[in-house]
Design a protein around this ligand. Structure first.
Ligand SMILES: [Zn+2]
Length: 276
């Protein structure tokens, strides 16, 4: 089936991290291979150095912060991955034929000895010290599913006339919400994407915080967006209702959804239930 597949955001990366949690109990990197040095962000473009630092290391933990996937190694470093358009992480017993990125061949773990290929296709690859990716700082920026993020916390971050969509997707404040899910969240909260963030009342902030949590949690529970595949090939079932649905009837009031385009990014919303 031919799916429209959007840019992975927090829910898809969370689904990927949960899937990979099965692969971190004592799995060892037998061999690492990079097929596209340009994907390596740190050490920049240096495939040999990236690969040399991985052989013989054991994976000890998997985590997510915002839209980044983090695999902790047993030597106080972490592999950090950024998802771009079409990015895919797969686990199989063979290396994908066309791979734009890197593969880690793993052995060990509970099934002992079976070599498996953990492949990263079209992801940005970095190796960083754990200090850089240890427990999240006091914040901001907050992970969008951080328990501390409620209406009061969001309201305290907002300044000035920047619109709500720009606010939700600004990585100085929040990590994990991008162009797609921000449209779903603002529709759920009945707030206009261009409403100045500095103008919201406390009850509107509370509504926005609840809508954000509800939307992201529902998408994680559904395995991510439809068309997204987890590392073991299971397909996501979350259907976006607003983003890329300009012209369709609003699922709440039936009026046509509107589409705005700015800087090549599309914003969809309902002019009837998300008034300015
Ligand atoms: Zn509506």
């Amino acid at each position: 089936m031919d799916y429209h597949r959007g840019m992975p955001e927090l829910p898809e990366v969370e689904v990927c991290a949960r899937g990979l949690a099965r692969l971190v109990n004592g799995y060892r990197v037998d061999e690492a291979r990079c097929t596209q040095a340009g994907r390596i962000v740190n050490p920049k473009g240096d495939a040999a150095a990236w690969v040399a630092g991985l052989a013989g290391r054991t994976l000890v933990d998997v985590a997510r912060r915002g839209k980044r996937l983090i695999l902790r190694l047993d030597d106080d470093r972490a592999l950090v991955f950024g998802f771009g358009l079409w990015a895919e992480v797969t686990v199989s017993d063979a290396e994908p034929e066309e791979l734009h990125g890197a593969v880690l061949w793993l052995t060990g773990g509970p099934d002992g000895g079976v070599r498996r290929a953990l492949a990263f296709d079209k992801l940005a690859l970095s190796t960083l010290s754990l200090e850089a990716w240890g427990p999240p700082a006091a914040g901001p920026p907050y992970d969008a599913l951080d328990r501390r993020v409620d209406g009061t916390a969001l309201g305290a971050l907002a300044r000035g006339r920047a619109g709500l969509k720009a606010f939700l997707t600004d990585e100085r404040f929040l990590l994990g919400v991008g162009n797609g899910y921000s449209d779903e969240i603002l529709w759920e909260a009945r707030l206009h994407p261009r409403q100045p963030a500095g103008s919201l009342a406390p009850e509107e902030w509370a509504r926005l915080a609840q809508a954000m949590r509800r939307t992201l949690e529902a998408a994680v529970a559904a395995g991510g967006e439809a068309g997204f595949l987890d590392p073991f090939g299971a397909a996501g079932r979350y259907e976006r209702r607003i983003h890329h649905h300009g012209g369709d009837p609003c699922p709440r009031c039936g009026q046509p959804l509107a589409a705005l385009t700015s800087g090549g990014r599309e914003t969809d919303y309902c002019p009837a239930c998300q008034g300015l």
